[in-house]
Design a protein around this ligand. Sequence first.
Ligand SMILES: C[S@@+](CC[C@H](N)C(=O)[O-])C[C@H]1O[C@@H](n2cnc3c(N)ncnc32)[C@H](O)[C@@H]1O
Length: 280
Amino acid sequence: MQAHESLPAAPASSVDEDSTATRRDAGTGESSRANRGWWDRNADEYQIEHGTFLGDDRFVWGPEGLDEVEAELLGPAEELAGRDVLEIGAGAAQCSRWLAAQGARPVALDLSHRQLQHALRIDGGKVPLVEADAGALPFLDGSFDLACSAYGALPFVADPVRVLREVRRVLRPGGRFVFSVTHPIRWAFPDEPGPEGLSVAASYFDRTPYVEQDEEGRAVYVEHHRTVGDRVRDVVAAGFRLVDLVEPEWPAWNTQEWGGWSPLRGNLIPGTAIFVCERD
Ligand SMILES: C[S@@+](CC[C@H](N)C(=O)[O-])C[C@H]1O[C@@H](n2cnc3c(N)ncnc32)[C@H](O)[C@@H]1O
C-alpha cells in the first residue's frame, strides 16, 4: 500500500524530489536495493500518515480496511493460539501484534531497518523481528504453520515465484499463506483518487515495472505488475493450491483516501486482491 503512481498521471509531490517516474525493466537485485532505501527513507512519513488507520495492533489487509477479525482468512481467530506465524513485509508489525494478542507466535520480517525500528518503538521488542529479503528467508524448512503479508514484499519483487517458493519451504505441510497486493486492474488506471483515476490510461497487459529513478538512472523505488492470471500461475508454480481470491469491497464506513485508493474508485473497481494459498 504505497507509492505506485501509474504513469502518466503521477502527482509530482508523491515522487522523491530528485527522482523521476518511468516504466522500465528492473531485476531482483535492483528492485531489492531500491525498495530497501525507499522504505528506510520514507518509513517515518508512512507511519505518521497511515499509523492511525493501521492501528498499533490491528490486522488490516488493505486500504479498504478489511480486518482479519471479520475476514478470518488465516482461519478462525480462536484457532490461532499456539500457531507459528511468519509475517512478510511486516512494516511496523501491526498485524503480528494482533496475531500475538490471539495467542499466536508471530515473527515479523521486513527488508527495511527503519520500518522495523517503528515496530520496536510501538511495542519495545515484544514481537520478534527479522531484517531480511523475502526472496531468501533465513529460516529452516517447515518452521511455520501460517504465513501472511498485507501488501508486504509481493508488490515489490521482480521474481514473485522465488518468494512464494521460499514461503512454501518454511511452511509446514497443511500450512496456509495469505497475501494481499494492489489489485492488478489498478495498473490500467492513473493512480489518482478522483475522477481522473477512472479512465483507462495504460495497458493492463503491460508488465513493465513502475520505476522511480535518480538523475543517474538508478532505481530508488520499484513496483512490479502481474496480471490476475500471472498471480494465479505464480502461486501454482510455487507448489501452492489457490483456495480463494478475495476482492474486498469498499465499505460505507471508510471515508478515508489512501493514495489512489478512495471511496469514489473503491465503489466502482477493486483496489486490493488477496490470495489465499495452501500447501499440501
Ligand atoms: C506497504 S508496506 C506494508 C507493511 C504493512 N503490512 C502495512 O500495511 O503497513 C510494504 C513493506 O514491504 C517491505 N518490503 C518491500 N520489499 C520487500 C522484500 N523484498 N522483502 C521483505 N520486505 C519487503 C517494505 O520494507 C515495507 O515495509
